[in-house]
Design a protein around this ligand. Sequence first.
Ligand code: ADP
Ligand code: MG
Length: 324
Amino acid sequence: MSTQSEFSLIDSYFTGTTSERDDVILGIGDDCALLQCPADHVVAVSIDTLVSGVHFFADVDAETLGHKSLAVGLSDLAAMGAKPAWFTLAITLPDSNEAWLQGFSQGLSKLANRHNIQLVGGDTTKGPLTISIQVHGFVKAEQALCRNQAQAGDLIYVSGSLGDAGAALQLKLDQWHDEQLTEQDLQYLIQRLEKPTPRNGLGIKLRDYATSAIDISDGLSSDLGHILNKSGFGATINLAELPLSAALKKIPHETAAQFALNSGDDYELCFTIPAARQQEFESQFANECSLIGTIEAKHGLRIIQLDGQQQIMTGAGGYDHFSA
Ligand code: ADP
Ligand code: MG
């Protein structure tokens, strides 16, 4: 876009909507932003694109979408142990609907300001609704939580509860329902799908403990699979230990456990801790993290089912390469 309305739109909805940081030498308005990185840190960078009808329902509330578009990027920074600093936004809009833009901008800036991350530039174009956000954060190179550093014997933890977003998606698609769920439960689940809480505070604290970390965007089985793949190990996890919300505890355990194991969009963290540090870690984090399994030298992902039987994950979740 290069019309006057493009610039007034940028001015109205994107310039000055996030709080100003001292390390932004020059923000929105020039050909590039000029940014100051702390001397002893590296910049962690990640980009995600959300496409209407693919990553979100076309009729989703604008504020909710603004929140989620940034939350997924913040979650990547959390999984790297990086402190949020700046982001850029490339947005493609079918039209310049002011009420929609107002809502979107509000959802975005509210979450941004909560994490002290500043919008420093972007691009605005016309076309089918698509949002790309690139986030930048700081971390000391040696403290970054990479996927390839899990060790055999490490304990596997996840934050929060799993499966809520997946259950909400099935609800929204009318592909699943459970009579035990109250209106309040349904609202809770939908909110977990639409307004995920990235675990940035936890991610930064994990620098002192975790050997590896990933955020759960595609589903635990798949995302833990990335840690195993990159680290060159296998694992056993216990289905009965997967943390469930109060809402998912109301439905049959087997169904809830499958949501927790295989469905995505929860944006919780999955990470590994040396076994020697279990007590120390749990004394501080037992209320927000759950122990679900162990990294093992033997390749493959083994799941202890609710009936105690062991199953080897193959094929499912698109990671045949783990079959033992
Ligand atoms: P250029 O043509 O030099 O690429 P643009 O005309 O695309 O610049 O954008 C003008 C300024 O507004 C730039 O600083 C750009 O980073 C910023 N900008 C454009 N769109 C957005 C947006 N959606 N959010 C934040 N900043 C934006
Ligand atoms: Mg441009």
